[in-house]
Design a protein around this ligand. Structure first.
Ligand code: PMP
Ligand code: GLN
Length: 389
């Protein structure tokens, strides 16, 4: 039999699926895979139900419904002062994951170099490779996840086609500040490169910080493709509604990928998300405020048990160093161990590095019901015993 595609078949099942299956098998509280629980806005569920019963069930416009494209453009102006043409600069996709794939397939020519920052989200590398791109990886290291400017600059060459930048960042909880963004913008200009800006966690940002989209910096409007996701902004990850915002010259090739991959996204869900994006400030503040309180509860609880908990200012993930607990194995062993033995699932951070060599950090998702966080902490405390015991 002829071999199947070698790039994709070289990857196993994603860790998110693996850990969620293990959690289900063992009745563990699942703080592994990043999906929220108990935060779904009722108004959006009602809007989607209404749109299913009363709206169209047929293919909507390939670029997205006019209402959602308009809502994405209005949201960009409202939060970031960005003027966006809803008819030429917005495309709706089936989740941020599809948006990423569309951008990469639409822009990369075989042999192009792509700069990626580790730890990185699991879909980036396989799609870059499948598109024929050559990955140039730059590492951020725990515990401070600082951007190593010299190494980052050295990753750019005249062959660099694009950078993928994720801020707020999964799994580190890092938010790139304006100096880092200005430095990045300078490199994109110097090397005539584009940036795929994965900003799905744009509203999950804490301690009074504000998200800064790179596309809003001087000179970046024609270089950046900004990706958002209703999955994160409205805690509806199963809906898979995302959006890309870019100037027409960049959006056109990306739309070519979209038209052959999914072509459209369910119209009823688009209608509900359009209504959601227009929510009042109380919604957005409530989302960030509620998650910040959960972050604090989980961080304190884990620290009391003996984990060393790294700071998190964005996303809904806490990275923890489990060495103070005295566990001898690596992070994959640790996450499997606590799932099966303590009844709490987490995700190993090594999977976000190509070399898999950052081996003693576990990622916990705090976008869960208070009860689930309390129960997870009780189970971990019971298993590991009081600190210092
Ligand atoms: N990028 C990052 C960094 C993510 O964590 C996620 C969420 N899993 C995505 C993209 C994909 O978003 P979506 O669920 O909308 O496809
Ligand atoms: N982004 C989520 C995470 O990092 C999950 C995405 C997925 O399951 N593919 O956990």
């Amino acid at each position: 039999m002829k071999p199947v595609n070698s790039v994709l078949s070289s990857y196993g099942t994603t860790i998110f699926e693996v850990m969620s299956r293990l959690a289900a098998e063992h009745g563990a509280v699942n703080l592994g895979q990043g999906f929220p629980e108990g935060l779904e806005p009722p108004a959006l569920l009602q809007a989607a139900s209404r749109a299913i019963l009363e709206g169209s069930q047929q293919y909507p416009s390939m670029m997205g419904t006019p209402a959602l494209r308009r809502a994405v453009a209005d949201h960009a102006m409202r939060f970031y002062g960005l003027a966006v043409d809803p008819d030429r600069e917005v495309m709706v996709t089936s989740g941020g994951t599809e948006a990423l794939a569309d951008c990469l397939f639409g822009l990369i020519e075989p042999g192009d170099e792509v700069v990626l920052i580790e730890p990185l989200y699991d879909s980036y590398l396989p799609i870059v490779r499948r598109a024929g791109g050559v990955a140039r990886l730059v590492r951020l290291e725990p515990p401070d996840w600082r951007l190593p400017r010299a190494a980052f600059e050295a990753a750019f060459t005249e062959k660099t086609k694009l950078l993928i930048l994720n801020t707020p960042m999964n799994p580190t909880g890092k938010v790139f500040d304006v100096e880092e963004l200005a430095f990045i913008a300078g490199l994109l200009e110097r090397f005539d490169a584009y940036c795929v800006c994965d900003e799905v966690y744009e509203h999950l940002i804490y301690d009074g910080r504000r998200h800064i989209p790179l596309i809003g910096l001087p000179g970046m409007r024609e270089r950046c493709l900004r990706i958002g996701s209703a999955g994160k902004t409205f805690s509806l990850t199963g809906w898979k509604v995302g959006y890309v915002t870019a100037c027409p010259a960049l959006l056109q090739p990306v739309a070519k990928a979209h038209q052959y991959i999914t072509f459209t996204t369910p119209p009823n869900l688009q209608q509900a998300v359009a209504e959601g994006l227009g929510s009042g400030d109380a919604y957005y503040q409530g989302l960030a405020g509620g998650l910040q309180a959960r972050r604090d509860k989980l961080a304190k609880g884990l620290a009391d048990i003996g984990f060393s908990v790294l700071p998190c200012v964005g996303s809904y993930f806490l990275t923890t160093d489990f060495r103070p607990l005295g566990f001898r194995g690596d992070d994959v062993e640790f996450c499997k161990h606590i799932t099966t033995q303590a009844g709490v699932a987490a995700v190993p951070v090594s999977v976000f590095y190509q070399a898999g060599d950052v081996r003693h950090y576990a990622r916990f998702c705090f976008a869960k019901k208070d009860d689930a966080i309390d129960e997870a902490l009780i189970r971990l405390a019971r298993y590991f015993g009081p600190p210092g015991a």
